[in-house]
Design a protein around this ligand. Structure first.
Ligand code: AFP
Length: 310
């Protein structure tokens, strides 16, 4: 039976994963992380209510939110009993949270884009689930990836290596299937670019001029999760945070941000590259490893490779 047949009536997350044949412990872990999104979202709302009208102290609250999201996530992962090590963008080193015989190793950006909280734009949580220690090539260690968007709706996209699927949190607090097996088109019509234009390298600028002369529309929020979500849900386009003159490795972190998103988009038929290598084939050398990125539908990524080679 195909996943599609089997999940016709499997609209909630747990049932969907079960019908899709996701292995028991991984299923429970993904569920536990998805639920954590509810607690993090409650904290975002709490902070916004508490500090509305007091913008000058919002910076402190934003830092506190990052830490709070990290604490909540770490506690939930520890509680799950499935996680041996936790690597978070909020921590300087990998933290051992298990007893030593647990199956999974987690990378997390608990609250990406937190500087946007006061603007009421969407922000998100990004998770990589690995079967071995995380400082390696993502393609060798990742067994699942997921992200949660905190926007007008809370949505969650996960892939456990059998397609990428989108869920929406409903009023009853259940994640309900919105799209199963998302398939991106070969080519899209939007572009989303980070970094200052004056800092871009000539080959990147030439690529952007190609996109602009081809009629691509600019769509950039400054939040990696909603910007990638937009490309996935619109089924095409390109997001790039390129190498910059002052920072040749760009801004975004390989294991916390780029590899989980590359995993999800590849599972939907998209691609992700640093200009020459697939993002998932890059071996992380340290937790702070950064990389330029071009991620989206196939046509745009292949074009980016041609321009960057030239
Ligand atoms: P913050 O978590 O500090 O808000 O950074 C967000 C982010 O890491 C990522 O979500 C965006 O894609 C990127 O930075 C935006 O960077 P610019 O502000 O340079 O456009």
């Amino acid at each position: 039976m195909s996943i599609s047949d089997a999940t016709q009536c499997a609209t909630d997350l747990r049932r969907h994963m079960w019908m899709a044949g996701v292995e028991t412990e991984l299923r429970r872990l993904i569920w536990q992380i998805a639920i954590t999104g509810k607690y993090i979202s409650a904290k975002i709302h709490e902070a916004n209510r508490k500090f509305a009208g007091f913008r000058n102290i919002f910076g402190e609250e934003q830092l506190a939110l990052d830490r709070t999201a990290d604490e909540i996530l770490k506690a939930q992962l520890q509680f799950s009993g499935f996680v041996r090590e936790y690597a978070s963008e909020e921590q300087d080193s990998v933290i051992v949270i298990g007893k030593g015989d647990e199956q999974y190793f987690i990378t997390a950006d608990p609250l990406d884009g937190s500087s946007l909280v006061d603007t009421n734009l969407s922000i998100g949580t990004i998770i990589g689930i690995h079967s071995s220690p995380v400082l390696n090539e993502g393609r060798k260690t990742l067994v699942a990836a997921m992200y949660i968007t905190y926007g007008p709706l809370i949505t969650m996209v996960y892939s456990a290596g059998k397609g990428s699927h989108e869920f929406v949190l409903n009023r009853e607090g259940e994640y309900v299937l919105a799209q199963e097996n998302i398939v991106m088109d070969d080519r899209g019509s939007i572009y989303s670019l980070g970094g200052l234009r004056k800092e871009w390298l000539p080959e990147h600028l030439a690529y952007v001029e190609f996109l602009e002369s081809s009629g691509y529309k600019l769509r950039y929020s400054g939040g990696f999760v909603p910007d990638i979500n937009q490309i996935l849900i619109k089924k095409g386009g390109i997001f790039s945070y390129p190498a910059l003159k002052k920072s040749p490795s760009g801004k975004l972190r390989l294991i916390f941000e780029l590899q989980p998103m590359a995993y999800i988009l590849e599972q939907a038929g998209g691609m992700a590259t640093d200009g020459s290598r697939d993002i998932l084939d890059i071996k992380a050398t340290d937790l702070d490893h950064r990389s330029p990125v071009y991620i989206g539908s196939r046509f745009e990524i292949q074009k980016a490779r041609e321009f960057l080679k030239a």
